[in-house]
Structure formats: C-alpha cells, structure tokens
Design a protein around this ligand. Structure first.
Ligand SMILES: C[S@@+](CC[C@H](N)C(=O)[O-])C[C@H]1O[C@@H](n2cnc3c(N)ncnc32)[C@H](O)[C@@H]1O
Length: 227
C-alpha cells in the first residue's frame, strides 16, 4: 500500500518494474480526484479515497498489508503519531512499513524571511505554518515515535541534499512560479517582485560554491510489526 499515493503512481510503476510478480498494489489518498484521475493501467493496482488519520476510512484494510510505504506525505500531516499508529494497524503481523519525508527545507526558511517583510506580508494570501519543521523533530525524534507506536527493528536515515542552480535567471523564474499563487502580485510588479524575492532568497539561504541552491533535509524510516 502507498499512503498518499498521488496521481502519478510513481511508486507503483517502480514496484511493478522491480517486482513483476507482486500480488496487488493499493493506493490511498484523501483527495478524491486522485482515484478519479490516477492512470491505472494495471489490473493489480487499486486506488481508494481514504484518510490516514481517520481510522474509520481504513478499517477495510486493517491487518491486510504486507508492506506499507509513504513518500512525501508524512510532512503534510500534522498528526504524525496518529498516522504511524494507523499504518501499524494496516499491517499484518510481520509486515513492514517505510516512510520518506522532508524534515526541513530551505523553502520554509525563505518563506518565513519573506513574510517578515511588510511588503510581502501584505500581499500574502496563502496559508503557512511557521512551526512546520521544528528543530527538535529530527531522526531520533521520529525513530522513538515509531518505537512507541510498537514498531520493531526501527531504522532511520537522515540526509541533507543540496541542489545548486547554475542559472540565476532560471532560478528567479522557478522561485516565482513556486510562490506566485501564495501572493497577490499585480501584472506590472511581477519583474520587481521576482527580483526582490530572489535577492531575499540568496541573502537568507546563501550560495553553494557561488551558485544559488536548494537545500532539503530528508528522513527515511523503516519499521516492522511484531510477528
Ligand atoms: C506531495 S504528494 C506526494 C505524492 C506521492 N506519494 C509522491 O511521492 O510523489 C502528497 C499526497 O498525500 C496526500 N495526502 C495528504 N494528507 C493525506 C492524508 N491525511 N491521508 C491520505 N492522503 C493524504 C495528498 O492528497 C497528496 O496526494
């Protein structure tokens, strides 16, 4: 099962390639449009609407899963322990779970810096949780959480990834594309906002070997349910 599978079903494509004899793949996502639009071309793939923090939407799958994975979704869920508890319930005895998610991102730091500037704060129309990536919630914090839930043989791996961007102009455009829906930007101020946002980004995040860059801290977590 893939929790928060999203439309592209990338995980299932990878699993089918690597394990062509896999029995069945179940994708769940809380967004109903995912199961409506997900491109399911294989009869062993099933997509359902379910919310991993609402147990009543999951009962049909409880105790059924050999493996559960979730990528890029844990960081979207405020009630993480509840999510892990529900994943634990989905597993059969001896079943395994793996999670991959963001622990911190320089985009968060950048947005916090932008919102300290009155000009940007005034035109902000998005939603943002300033406490999204608390500094004390790192590898050991989540490892302990999984153990408290009941998982055995918990393994965790924290890694920082750095992606330098060779073209400043492309980076300005990408930053703008990533954030434009969060701000009310009039057409005549696009260039000015783009330039200012880029300058704030570089001032806040810095450069890597002379180039602007994206930095993200990622966690892989693995655990097994008792046999
Ligand atoms: C960033 S996407 C990741 C998609 C895919 N796993 C990937 O790595 O490409 C996060 C997905 O998690 C889903 N999601 C968020 N909260 C969820 C919840 N509580 N229960 C189930 N799905 C959830 C979203 O609807 C979205 O499709």
């Amino acid at each position: 099962m893939d929790v928060g599978c999203g439309r592209d079903l990338n995980f299932f494509k990878a699993i089918l390639k690597r394990f062509p004899r896999v029995g069945a793949l179940v994708g769940i996502d809380k967004d109903p449009s995912v199961s409506q639009t997900a491109h399911v071309k294989n009869k062993r793939i099933w997509c359902y609407v379910a919310n991993i923090v609402k147990r009543e939407t999951l009962t049909v799958f409880e105790g059924m899963m050999d493996k559960v994975i979730s990528t890029n979704t844990v960081n979207k869920i405020p009630k993480k322990k509840l999510m892990f508890e529900n994943v634990y319930r989905l597993l059969r005895p001896g079943g395994e779970a793996a999670f991959f998610f963001i622990l911190d991102s320089c985009y968060h730091t950048f947005l916090m810096a932008l919102l300290k500037i009155p000009k940007f704060k005034e035109i902000f129309k998005g939603r943002h949780n300033p406490n999204m990536y608390p500094k004390h919630r790192r590898e050991q914090y989540y490892k302990k959480m999984l153990e408290e839930v009941g998982f055995h043989y918990v393994i965790s791996l924290e890694e920082e990834k750095i992606y330098p961007h060779p073209s400043e102009e492309d980076w300005k455009d990408e930053l703008y594309e990533g954030y434009k829906n969060m701000f009310e930007v009039s057409p005549e101020s696009v260039d000015e906002i783009k330039e200012e946002a880029f300058q704030i980004y570089v001032k806040t995040i810095g450069r890597y070997e002379g180039e602007p860059y994206y930095r993200v801290l990622l966690l892989s977590l693995f655990g097994q349910k008792e046999v």
